[in-house]
Ligand binder design. Sequence first.
Ligand code: SF4
Length: 400
Amino acid sequence: MSTTSTNVVGLRPGVLPDSGRPGFAVYLHWPFCAAKCPYCDFNSHVRHQGVEQQAYVAAFRAEIAHMRQLSGPRTVSSIFFGGGTPSLMEPSTVDAILTAVGRAWDMPDGIEITLEANPSSVEAERFRGYRAAGVNRVSLGVQALNDADLRVLGRLHNTAEALTAIGLARDIFPRMSFDLIYARPQQRPDDWARELEYAIDLAADHLSLYQLTIEEGTPFWGLHKAGKLVVPDGDLSAELYELTQEVTTAHGLPAYEVSNHARPGAESQHNLTYWRYGDYAGIGAGAHGRLTMPQGKVATANERNPEAWLASVTERGHGMVETTPLETSEQADELLLMGLRLREGMDLKRWRALSGRTLDAERVAFLESHGFVQPMGPDRIRCTPKGMLVLDAVVADLAS
Ligand code: SF4
């Protein structure tokens, strides 16, 4: 990417409060990994024979141009390279894709540009290449800070490699976050509290902390069903969740979303756009998007298989397999589902405008009296930490 389109030096300070206009984010999916983790149900594929990155660059360029036709002129508020393992991309691939984004849409200086990286595919030169291309935030898939659990999780890196990657990321990028998975097999609360405090020392300003979930179709699913993989039960999971909130809050990194923790101002702008129900262009194999077009908001979904996506883009200029118009009532449901994940809560004015109704006052009062939700004046509502534990049920109750 040329530095005329993105300021690689400065970053916009802090994150603005929800204005009701959550911006336009661009998500780019790199669907390849060096190995498949046994718990993973993401759209990630292993190609031992390697990947012809130039062919994917051409396809990304074509799909970005197609997406620009659908979206019309927009100002990009953030960019995110997710996967898969985007740190398997050559820096020149990242640079070429960012250049294409900057040509398609207005791309102000200093917008957040994040790239996900795995500690096993990190090297200083590659990180410097991403930085030169315009990436200003890295999100590392650390997952655990002890070797035994990293082995259980089937990760390719060890703790020492994770620490090296964290150190490099801190040196090279203005912003850095890393992911940890908790509620692991055999995990005890006191071990998790110690590990989390260590992580907070390392992380600086942002951590994504996910509970291990056993997804159908994964190797962990089969092991779990066969009784060979025992994960914390509901009570212990809830205890670990509550402990996570306590420790992160005590150290100044409270949750701003169910699984995401940041010092104030260090929240991920990109993810906030999803949860504030903004538009996002989803580009690459298996990417999803939400675009407001003249005829209304549409949900887009791309072909998941990388080679089939590539062939489709080569033939038709895009890999989209679904473009589904969303009724305003469906948009209201999605806004509720996303907005209640946020500590800042959801904009009720937008919800009323989309749904054409108000929330049932009796239901709200009932959920409030049981400590699940907290109304914040007439135009905002949020889930409490207790409500976050049963978020799906709270959303279903309010939406009905
Ligand atoms: S590195 Fe991430 S995307 Fe790839 S297989 Fe593991 S969990 Fe899935």
